[in-house]
Design a protein around this ligand. Structure first.
Ligand SMILES: NC(=O)c1ccc[n+]([C@@H]2O[C@H](COP(=O)([O-])OP(=O)(O)OC[C@H]3O[C@@H](n4cnc5c(N)ncnc54)[C@H](O)[C@@H]3O)[C@@H](O)[C@H]2O)c1
Length: 241
């Protein structure tokens, strides 16, 4: 077993499925104890991944999960803000409910957890925060006004937190990953022809796999990226947009 995260405590939101699940399994395989915090139960079994129920929009729930992790494991070394959803429509057809829900989960959810965990990391003088943005936050996309707003917002928050949490000499880093189109359930409402078009827009000529995002997250979580902070790592097969 590799040990790039030996003894580390990692909290991954949306860790039950898709990209979050691959991050949990990858981190666990490198020696971390991982807490997969999700609204839904785990879609897999791993002895080093523990499930905690969490809705990132619920401020009290966020607080109780962070408290429970700290009580049990003493600290949080790695936070991956991964939970995210889509509710797509052209802007003139986007309802207030669609707007509010996506903002609540993808933007406010990231804020809810990080304002609790970031200061704890500063106190411990150690931490890596990884926020999952999107190629859509970098370039925009038809039908995704709400989603693009949240994913661009996540980049702004990441750069802000890289500055805030490194104050007073604290060894706390914060980076974002901007995945391209990755084969998970979140794409299940996207028509096949559109997925083929997205694949053809990449230099590698294909969609991504969740493991490929987890590998990037592992780099940012580990000390191999000890001098990387405030960065947006695009993992998109070389998308031309
Ligand atoms: N798959 C892609 O093409 C792609 C591309 C760019 C960015 N992303 C981002 O990657 C992240 C993961 O997406 P995915 O593709 O793995 O999606 P997914 O739908 O496969 O998994 C999302 C997970 O988040 C959980 N979740 C949803 N709302 C939640 C909430 N309120 N509280 C807690 N957990 C919640 C779900 O239960 C699920 O387990 C998201 O932030 C998404 O926006 C995905």
């Amino acid at each position: 077993m590799s040990t790039r995260l030996d003894g580390k405590i990692a909290l991954v939101t949306g860790g039950s499925a898709g990209i979050g699940a691959e991050c949990c399994k990858r981190f666990a395989s490198e020696g971390a104890k991982v807490i997969a915090a999700d609204m839904n139960p785990l879609s897999y079994e791993d002895a080093n991944v523990e499930y905690m129920q969490l809705n990132v929009t619920d401020v009290e729930n966020c607080s109780s999960v962070v408290d429970a992790v700290v009580k049990k494991y003493g600290r949080i070394d790695i936070l991956v803000n991964n939970a995210g959803i889509t509710r797509d429509a052209l802007v003139q057809k986007m309802t207030d409910d669609m707007w509010n829900l996506v903002i609540d989960v993808n933007l406010k959810g990231v804020f809810n957890l990080t304002r609790l965990v970031g200061p704890l990391m500063m106190t411990n003088n150690y931490g890596s925060i990884i926020n999952i943005s999107s190629v859509v936050g970098e370039y925009g996309n038809i039908g995704q006004t709400n989603y693009a707003a949240t994913k661009a917002g996540v980049i702004g928050m990441s750069k802000t937190w890289a500055k805030e949490f490194a104050r007073k000499g604290a060894n706390v880093r914060c980076n974002a990953i901007a995945p391209g189109y990755v084969m998970t359930d979140i794409l299940k409402t996207v028509p096949e022809d559109l997925l083929a078009k997205f694949a053809s827009m990449t230099m590698l000529g294909r969609l991504g796999q969740p493991e490929e995002i987890a590998n990037a997250a592992l780099f940012l979580a580990s000390d191999e990226s000890s001098y990387v902070t405030g960065h947006v790592l695009s993992v998109n097969g070389g998308m031309r947009l």
